[in-house]
Design a protein around this ligand. Structure first.
Ligand SMILES: [Zn+2]
Length: 70
């Protein structure tokens, strides 16, 4: 398990809190308690977005929602 992941809301690092079993972003207060499988799918998407793939922020949000549903 990684200690930090990228926050999908602000792009900063979110730290893993083992007590809660979730990631928290101190920047925007985002938190993630979703299962690891969903989380890694989302991180892959986010990584693409941050790498400068031609993806609009609105598209990213739609894709992230798809991940949540899956
Ligand atoms: Zn954040």
């Amino acid at each position: 398990m990684k200690d930090t992941i990228l926050c999908p809301q602000c792009g900063k690092l979110a730290n893993y809190n083992s007590y809660f079993g979730a990631y928290f972003c101190s920047e925007c207060k985002w938190e993630d308690r979703s299962p690891a499988r969903r989380r890694s799918a989302r991180q892959a998407l986010l990584g693409k977005f941050l790498a400068g793939d031609k993806m609009k922020r609105s598209d990213l949000k739609a894709l992230l929602r798809t991940c949540e549903a899956g």
